[in-house]
Ligand binder design. Structure first.
Ligand SMILES: [Zn+2]
Length: 344
């Protein structure tokens, strides 16, 4: 079969012919129909999640959906089942896993597509425990987007309890997390201010989000006052979600935040520090949350939001496996936005 292979962490991707994998006990083989090509995967390719040379060569890719094509021993799924994938390799036995908070697994075993081969391929082997039901009415590309692009926003909204009393400032709104978070927060009744930079990225936000979402140029000198203007009553956002990790923008966003506001960080850059005086938290009664992926339940809920048509999956581009290395080169230089999906 054809697959996109990484020979070493931080190296280049190449399209190669490899053996079709066989599922072992507790695993399924999936006919991959759609896999998102994203910055999270580029970060993994760069060694940002794990950099043990023993883990390469590696087929990356984790945000995918497809059809079960073969099953290993002890698996209750059937050939022909439609699935979408859960990103984390979790133990299933710790307290958090047993309670359903699988994103907090304390015996974490790694990431699909990093610690084992992933889905930039025609076929992928997946632990059956990571093969979640793809609802009827969710097509495969939407399933690939749900697996992380909407599941992560579902978790953010649960962490912060976003509702009709909130104004949510989404920093980096043209990314796949940003456009889907903007839609979800609006669906939950919040006012949404969607911040991004560059005219084509802002145009993408405008096209991809409902009329109730206000795009704001995050690179403008008067960013803080523009956010206030876009906020009902001019009191600033009650929830700030940072999908970018740009510390200066986050500082501006923190300064503009309403009393009792909540900041949510989603990025895992190794070299970023956000410092604010402790009294700033006290005076504003502010909270800072780290938000870690999503539970399995939230991944399926995300797919149902697409199935019901309550949120639109925003796919900007569809490519073949041959084009994946070039898309990653664009991601590396920051020249792309929106979601690209590979359909092997
Ligand atoms: Zn666990």
């Amino acid at each position: 079969m054809n697959a996109v292979v990484l020979d070493e962490w931080g190296g280049d991707l190449s399209v190669e012919r490899v053996d079709r994998p066989e599922p072992g006990p507790g695993e399924v083989r999936v006919d991959v129909r759609a896999c998102a090509v994203t910055r999270t995967i580029e970060n993994a390719v760069q060694g940002g999640l794990a950099d043990d040379p023993a883990l390469t060569p590696r087929i990356p890719g984790h945000e995918f959906a497809g059809v079960v094509d073969a099953v290993g021993d002890g698996v209750s799924l059937d050939v022909g089942d439609r699935i979408l994938a859960y990103f984390y390799l979790v133990c299933g036995a710790c307290d958090h896993c047993r309670r359903g908070a699988t994103n907090r697994c304390t015996e974490f075993e790694g990431w699909y597509g990093v610690n084992c081969d992933g889905a930039y391929a025609e076929y992928a082997v997946l632990p059956a425990a990571n093969a979640l039901p793809l609802p009827d009415g969710t097509d495969f590309a939407a399933g690939a987007v749900a697996a992380d692009g909407l599941a992560t926003p579902v978790h953010v909204c649960e962490r912060t309890g976003v509702d009709d009393t909130d104004t949510v400032l989404v920093v980096g709104a043209a990314g796949r997390i940003g456009v889907h978070l903007s839609q979800l927060a609006a669906l939950r009744g919040a006012h949404v201010v969607a911040a991004d930079v560059a005219p084509e990225r802002l145009a993408h936000v405008d096209d991809a989000t409902p009329a109730t979402v206000t795009p704001v140029d995050a690179s403008s000198d008067d960013f803080v006052s523009r956010v206030h203007e876009a906020t009902p009553y001019g009191t600033g956002p009650t929830v700030v979600v940072d999908t970018v990790g740009d510390v200066e923008t986050l500082r501006d966003a923190f300064a503009s935040m309403a009393m009792g506001g909540q900041v949510v960080s989603l990025t895992t850059h190794h070299d970023r520090v956000f410092d604010a005086q402790m009294k700033e938290y006290v005076v504003k009664e502010a909270s800072f949350h780290g938000s870690r992926y999503a539970t399995k339940d939230e991944v399926v809920r995300a797919a149902r939001l697409f199935a019901d048509g309550r949120i639109d999956p925003i796919v900007r581009r569809r490519v073949g496996l041959d084009e994946v290395p070039a898309v990653h080169r664009e991601l590396r230089t920051g020249e792309t936005f929106g979601t690209t999906v590979v359909e092997p």
